[in-house]
Write a new protein. Sequence first.
Length: 435
Amino acid sequence: MSALKEKLFEKIEAHRPRTTRLAKEFGDVKVSDVTIAQAIGGARGVKCLVTDISYLDPFEGIRFRGMTIPETFKALPKVPGSEYPYVEAHWYLLLTGEVPTKEQTLEVVEEFKERAKVPQYVYDLLRTMPRDTHPMTMFSSAILAMQRESVFVKRYQEGMSKMDYWDPMYEDASNLLARLPVIAAYIYRMKYRSDTPIAADPKLDFGGNFAHMMGIPHPYDDVARMYFILHSDHESGNVSAHTVHLVASALSDAYYALSAGINGLAGPLHGLANQEVLRWTQAFMDKLGGQLPTKEQLEEALWDTLNSGQVIPGYGHAVLRKTDPRYTAQREFCLKNLPDYPLFKLISMIYEVTPPILEKQGKAKNPWPNVDAQSGVVQWYYGVTDYDFYTVLFGVGRAIGVLANIIWDRALGYAIERPKSLTTDMLEEAAGIKK
């Protein structure tokens, strides 16, 4: 058993009594009241999920195991020659709640390298798909194809204690996560770079190897590390995270669950938002002949967008009530590495001008930018100009958090998810308007 797995088992054993006691002694304590608006509106704000992996604070942004994004980047061991941490260290943190040492991190790096070999049949499957297939379809299919190798399924069929479900889930999740950057880079090179895949470099870490296989030089390795950590988790209620939790709650293995979550991430109201922001920004710049607008021109364009009934893409958030710290982290990278890039300058101008306009309009609960307002620009600058691929990048990062979550779901014995539905007649009766 690896050192990380031993540490995780220690944490699980310590945590189980807490969950058991809450369910047994305090199961009737209410933590939420559901309104008709919440029942009709996608259960927004209903407190009915549990995760210790991350928490989205409206005024501080995402916290990973209690740490803000700046705290996370500062605390985790850095890759030599880089200002950014190992992705493998972040995996350790999300699983255990502890910041790993450099030695513990390097153990995970080596463990991932041992798990990272993608079966040949996955490449064969990808190559049978039409080249105009969306890369998210390819990505989800590759994940699902590997389900035949599930350790959880094999152990479950042999018979095992519920208390041990987390163990094979850990094996499946670790195997999956180690292979995802290899699969993602292969899809990119096959689909967008004239079918010229680049073999993995066993000397490199998760983020560095991904950049190598993409064929993009430094500092894109730092972009990868930053991007994957920033997108790794966002509580359990967003579509991708909730879908993985929901599917896994039926004791479906990690392959089934993650593939389903990736399908949810592919929706335009979720993971596709980043490319919509970039399209809108570039279209606006094209109208000006590629020139940066004046502040007055930008203000006029933003008001025209709002008055036409559209939203300003990349602004607003369901929970946050401040600038998304994920946006800020990427902005700081851009200020250091591409401060004079025209598209970044336009993004900065929009950041300066938009919040006062949205506040004046008075409709937005949060006038500040979210993560999608910045992420596409970074990818475009480094040559990843294929919009459809951006959500695959998001998917690699999101897998870190959701896979950590379902390991803990099995460790704590969380039940199959089965909320109760109401009819419209019942809602009208509750509202006192039923004739």
